[in-house]
Ligand binder design. Structure first.
Ligand SMILES: [Zn+2]
Length: 124
C-alpha cells in the first residue's frame, strides 16, 4: 500500500472505531437511564459508558491526527499539527479551524491523504 491508500484505510478505521464507540456507549447510557431502576448500577453503567467514550474517541482522534495532512485554504501548504491542536480545534467533519504555520492565517483546513507538492516556505 502506498501512503494515500494507507491513510484512506486509517481514516475508514477511525470512522468505524468512532461509530462503534458512540453506539456502544449510548446504548449503555440508554439502558442505565430507562431500562433499570435508579441505583448504584445506573451510575456504574454510566461511568463504564463514559470510559468507553473517552478511550474510543481518543484513539479515533489519534488516528485522524496521524493519517494524512491538513491543507491550508489560503496558501494550500499541508502540514501535520500537534495532537493538542487537533483536539482543541473547532471542526466540521474532518475540516478543522486552525492557524497555518506557513502563512499564519486561520481557515478550515481540509484533511488530505497526501502532502501538497508546493515548495515549503515557512515565514517564521
Ligand atoms: Zn497557509
Amino acid at each position: 500500500m502506498n501512503e494515500e491508500e494507507t491513510n484512506r484505510y486509517l481514516l475508514r478505521l477511525e470512522t468505524v472505531i468512532e461509530a462503534l464507540t458512540l453506539l456502544s456507549s449510548l446504548t449503555i447510557i440508554f439502558i442505565a437511564a430507562f431500562l433499570i431502576l435508579v441505583g448504584i448500577a445506573t451510575y456504574i453503567l454510566i461511568a463504564i459508558a463514559l470510559i468507553i467514550l473517552l478511550i474510543g474517541t481518543y484513539f479515533a482522534l489519534k488516528i485522524e491526527h496521524d493519517a494524512g495532512y491538513y491543507e491550508c485554504q489560503h496558501c494550500h501548504q499541508s502540514h501535520i499539527p500537534t495532537l493538542k491542536t487537533v483536539v482543541l480545534a473547532p471542526h466540521i467533519g474532518r475540516s478543522r479551524w486552525m492557524k497555518c504555520p506557513y502563512c499564519h492565517k486561520r481557515s478550515f483546513m481540509k484533511k488530505t491523504l497526501t502532502k501538497s507538492i508546493l515548495p515549503a516556505k515557512r515565514q517564521d
